[in-house]
Every structure is written in C-alpha cells, then in structure tokens.
Design a protein around this ligand. Sequence first.
Ligand code: NA7
Length: 547
Amino acid sequence: MSQNLQNSPTANGQTNSTYDVIIIGAGISGMYQLHLLRGLFLSVHVFEAGTNVGGTWYWNRYPGARFDSESYSYGYSFSQELLQEWNWSEHFAGQPETLRYLNHVADKFDLRRDIQFKARVTSAIYNENENCWQVGTEDGATATAKFLITAVGPLSAPQMPNIEGIDDFKGEWYHTGLWPHKEVKFAGKRVCVIGTGATGVQVIQTIADQVKHLTVFQRRPNYCAPLRNSPIDAATMRDIKAHYADIFKKCSESFGSFIHKMDPRSALELSPEEREAFFEKLYAEPGFSIWLGNFGDTLTDQKANDTITEFMRRKIRERVNDPQLAEKLIPKDHGFGLRRVPLETGYYEVYNRDNVALVDILNSPIERITATGVKTADAEYELDMIIYATGFNAVLGGFERIDIRGVGSQTLKNKWADGPRTYLGIQTAGFPNMFTLVEPHNSSTFCNIPRCIEQNVEWMTEAIRYMQDHNYERIAATDAAEDAWTQHVYEAANKTLFPTVDSWFMNVNRNLPEKKRTFLLYSGGGPLYREKCDAVAANNHEGFSMR
Ligand code: NA7
C-alpha cells in the first residue's frame, strides 16, 4: 500500500478522488483514526457533515450539555504532551470546553488538512472487482478508497417525535441534537421540553430559572442521580496530571472504562443497614458512582436491583415537595440502572418552582402540535418555544442514513434488519475492508467512550499494519466468526437485566415502531472485550479471511 492520491473526472463532471482510506466522521474516533493512519504513510481522507471537528460535541450544543464522565478520564490518553498541556476547569466539563479541547487536538495534530467539512456521505458501495469502496456525498461528488472506516457515532442521528402538526408551530423550535450555533434567548418566554432522557434533564435544570414558564412533557421518567460537579483548581489539576497513568489503568480495569468499578459483593449479602450506608455513600459521590460503582448484581439480579431501586425512589420523594408530583417522577416500569442514568444538578428541585409544570403524557398523551403550542388529551398549552429532547435513532441511525452496499450489492440496512451481526463489533461479513468504529456489539457502546475509541482505533490500525506487512489487500470477517461473536453478545446480554427493559440499548424507539427489539450494545465489559480483540490479533487475526 502506498500514497496514491489521484483525481480523475467522473461521468457527471465531478472529481473522483482516490485514497487509501476514507473515514466517515470527524468526531473523537474519526480524528484519532486519521492521526494514527498517517503514521502508516497512507493517504487518508475524512468526510464530515459539520463545519468543524467534534462530532457529538459539535452538534449537541444545547444549554446544559456536559460530560457525565470525569473530564480527566475522558480526554485522549495517547499523547503525554497533550495530557500535560491541557487543563480541565471542572470535574465534569461543559460542552463549550470539550469542543475547545477537540479543536485544540485538531490544531495540535494538524488534522483539518485531511478533513473535508460540509460533506455528508450518502452512499458507500463496495466494488468487488477493484476491491475498493466508492463513497458518494450529498453534493454528488465521489471518492474511492481501499478501506472504509465508519466513525459515524452511536448517537448521531437525531430523532424527531412522531407527533402530528410539528410543522404547524409558529414559534421557535429546536431539537437538542441539532442545536443552532446562534444564541437562543429564553427570558420572558413560555418554553416546553419534550423528553426527559439524559439530554432533557440537562436542558430542563439549566433553563428553568431563565424562562418565564417551563412545561415538561414527560412520557416515561428515568432515575436521575446527582452529578456533584465542582471546579478543578490548579493544585488538583497538577495532581491529576501526575496520576494520569493510574487514572487510565483504573479505567482499563473497569466494566464501563470509567474510574468507577463495580463492587464484587452482592447487594443481598449485606444487612439492610449496611446496604443503606453504602448506597448513601455512593449517592454522595460524583458521577456514575451509584450506577457503575454499585454492587455488580444490581444490574444482573432483579432482587438486588430492587434494593437500589427502592433507595432511588425514596430519594426522589425526599427532594420533591409535592408527593403526587414525586410519584409522577418515579419510574414504575423499570429498575434503577437498566436504562441510561441521567446525571443531574438540582433536577428534582426544579419541580418545586412555581414557574415549572410537569405534564404526564403517559396518562394524557400529546395529540398534536398546533400553531401556538401543544395539545394533549386534556388541555392545550400556549408556547413560545418547543424543545425536542427526543433522542436519536440510536446506534444504527448513523448507518441507516447512508446507502452502504457490500459484496453482491447487499445493503447493510437489509443485513441488519433483524439486528446487527458483526465480528467484534468491528466488521460485518460481506463488507470487506469496511471497519466500524464504536458501533453495534462493540464494547465502546457501553463505555466511557474515548477509552474504548482508543482501543478500537489502535486495534484497527494494527490490523491494517499487519496487512501491510503481509501484503494483504483484502480483509473480511468470516460468517462463522460473525455467528460466534453475535451469539456471545446475546449470551453476555442475557446475563444482565438490560434485555428486560425497553430502552435504546434494546433498539426500542417508539418513534420508529418498525425497529426490531434486539440488544445493540456489548455488555461483557471493557476488559473482556479487549482481551478477546487482543487474542484475535495475536492469533493472526483469526476469524478474518485475508488475501
Ligand atoms: P433518550 O435517552 O432517547 O431520551 C429521549 C426522551 O424523549 C425520552 O424521555 C423519551 O420518552 C422522549 N420521547 C421520545 N419520543 C417522544 C414522543 N414522541 N413523545 C414524547 N416523548 C418522547 O435521548 P437523550 O438525547 O436524552 O439521550 C441519548 C443519549 O445521549 C443518552 O443515553 C446519553 O448516552 C447521551 P420515552 O423514554 O421513550 O418514553
């Protein structure tokens, strides 16, 4: 393989550029993949739909957007210089700071010269004769490469609700995942938020004291846990810098690659008093401590889960003044931690304010959006602004908006219609030379994501290096390896309680009722995933056929 950038005209007069590798997406994974592949002396081109780098942190600029991961566990770990020169201002940094960080990385490693912005990829077709991928963008241009790496992000396709009349509304409206780059003003306005997932919670708690009136339309409530954010002073930052190796080691040993490690004891082996004291301790700690530092069996055993669920229910009752309102905010259809836990700062206290109303749309569904607001089965709400915090077409959405075709013109959408099938969550049989970063059935989907991104990117880079060393031009997951991995993914999922609950983990999205209920993540944990990937690489990339 070599530097082989060429340009040739196509039938429609557009230029067709040729590269060794095309990467789709300039978020955290695409940026790092570009950086590493340059080290293999390959010509690499990145297509990015946005006007700048950052992916999730570029698009999700809604009020209150911030990390739920400790800032210092989230940054890239590959460069000591980068680690030592960057100062985080808060334990859980806000979106503007994270985006500044990612721009700093792009500047430092001179990434932008190989990134084409405002270029949304619409198709990627494998040419079997030439063993290459032809990629098309929205503006009709095409480019060809031997390798295609999708870095499209698991939560990148914003999903509007399937409610009638959205276009009728005459006021301002925004989806959180497509938040405008201009300042949005809230003062004096009657605003509503539809959706109470991790995003809705961050928006609600941030704008409640800025708006004239806030109406929250809640369908299914979630258990929210305290974020307990605080500034990082200079001495603490110095200490963090001195201990980065320990921090990343700790992450590498934990299930979700956070600094929080599951407690190996059973929730049921302690006396109620001891258990209570442990839960209180976790509730007082920052971040995902109460979710991912809890007894491991709270996620695998219903009785153990019931103990933390009851604790969290009591916390909500303690924090919300009106007991009837508190009951509405308590999930009744699932236990704590079985859906993504939103982290909050004063979220429950928002409902003690006079200018905030909660509308339980499970009991009184939204019938339609009108020119002036929202109409439910029971009432009509006059509004100046509607904020849709209705989430994403999770994990598969980023792929579904690209026409991806492999061997024999098989579409990826068809192949995955009954659920994803992959080998290591890295390749899918029938799509040679295409690698999927941070995608279905890959541990990065249940992860402090940059930690798993680095593993994914480094593993793939080594796979390509191995091909270079052996003069291989084509790598394809075998059907047998894919079958075995897919079975392992489901077996690992069935050891947990996640499949018992409807969530985006399970590909359940009521706005897309055609989706099949199936597990999208990998719940074997980061250490086991890494072990399996390393074993495959050490065994001459067993399960991949190369030629
Ligand atoms: P989520 O977690 O998918 O939450 C979406 C929210 O929007 C959730 O409360 C939904 O209620 C609600 N929703 C969706 N469609 C509708 C309709 N049609 N009517 C009313 N309410 C609706 O997305 P987020 O953006 O909050 O978080 C996504 C991930 O980003 C999160 O897990 C983090 O990892 C970061 P439902 O629960 O479906 O009843």
